[in-house]
Design a binder for this molecule. Structure first.
Ligand code: AMP
Ligand code: MN
Ligand code: MN
Ligand code: MN
Length: 282
């Protein structure tokens, strides 16, 4: 189901290219978006804006609107939170410096993950994962390599068996603070949006505390419709958005055409009563 059901414009405001852990180049991503009927596409690579200029050129060529975005890795009270920025100027130097630092942390973490694989008798995994990465090295690249080698049947299994918190090759990291991430997004002229909020499995109390912090720092939106949420979760997030006076966003979190549960441009319409994040966009 596309957003077209509710609105004549199809928005997909969360997607990844090969500049982070997506498998398509920015150009191929934009072309697929156009084929799938997307009118407005945000590229939100993890901790990188390197795909922006290529994607913007491709969007101009196929006639869709491009929103330059980012998905920043944040640590809040020892939890990993993904913070999406929409409409960010990639030339804003304070944000770029922050992203350079985050990518350096990713490199160190990748080495530590590699050391853990070596310890369990898989010394090739580090080089294999790095060979699949182009700038940003992610746990997804480790997972893709393990699938490629036939060690696991799919990316989910790689996380379940090796890479997620509590598993043998997991390595924690202190990412950006919520304060810094929002400062960068706002300094770059963007709107801050909490990515896939239902994925964090916070209690209601903790999630409200998080949203209070987020709002106090100028955050304006949460993803309500996204591939990580079932309808019940989307409804629940719509209620939080209304309660807290936040705008609602919609995005597929597309990474790969092979992924059957996150298709580019296929996002449920926002539940009734939501104020869309794009309501004041020209
Ligand atoms: P990283 O930012 O390097 O910690 O990697 C996180 C990325 O891995 C996310 O953005 C997802 O694309 C992917 N990911 C995380 N958990 C899972 C999972 N359980 N199954 C599949 N992919 C996952
Ligand atoms: Mn990802
Ligand atoms: Mn994410
Ligand atoms: Mn994402």
């Amino acid at each position: 189901m596309g957003n077209k059901v509710l609105s004549s414009i199809c928005y997909d405001l969360h997607s990844h290219s090969s500049a982070s852990d997506g498998v398509l180049s920015p150009t191929a991503l934009v072309q697929l978006a156009a084929e799938n009927g997307v009118d407005v596409l945000a590229l939100t690579d993890h901790d990188s804006t390197d795909g922006h200029s290529e994607a913007a050129a491709a969007a101009a060529a196929v006639g869709i609107r491009f929103i330059p975005g980012i998905e920043i890795s944040v640590s809040w009270r020892n939890r990993l939170i993904h913070m999406v920025g929409l409409g960010v100027d990639g030339n804003y130097s304070e944000m770029q410096q922050g992203l350079v630092d985050l990518r350096a942390k990713r490199t160190l973490r990748a080495e530590a993950i590699g050391a853990k694989f070596t310890k369990i008798g898989m010394p090739d995994v580090y080089d294999g994962a790095c060979a699949l990465a182009d700038g940003v090295v992610s746990r997804s690249h480790f997972a893709m390599y393990l699938v490629k080698q036939g060690v696991v049947k799919d990316v989910q299994q790689a996380f379940k068996k090796y890479l997620q918190k509590g598993k043998c090759c997991y390595v924690g990291c202190e990412w950006a603070s919520l304060e810094d991430a929002l400062k960068w997004i706002h300094g770059a002229g963007g709107q801050a949006v909490v990515a896939h909020p239902a994925r964090y499995k916070m209690s209601r109390t903790l999630f409200r505390e998080f949203l209070v912090d987020f709002k106090a720092l100028g955050g304006v939106g949460i993803e309500v419709s996204c591939s990580s949420h079932n309808l019940e979760e989307a409804t629940q997030m719509a209620a939080y958005a209304q309660e807290m006076g936040l705008l609602a966003s919609a995005g597929s979190d597309f990474h790969s055409p092979d992924n059957t549960w996150a298709k580019l441009g296929r996002v449920h319409p926002l539940p009734e009563g939501c104020q869309p994040i794009w309501k004041d966009w020209d």
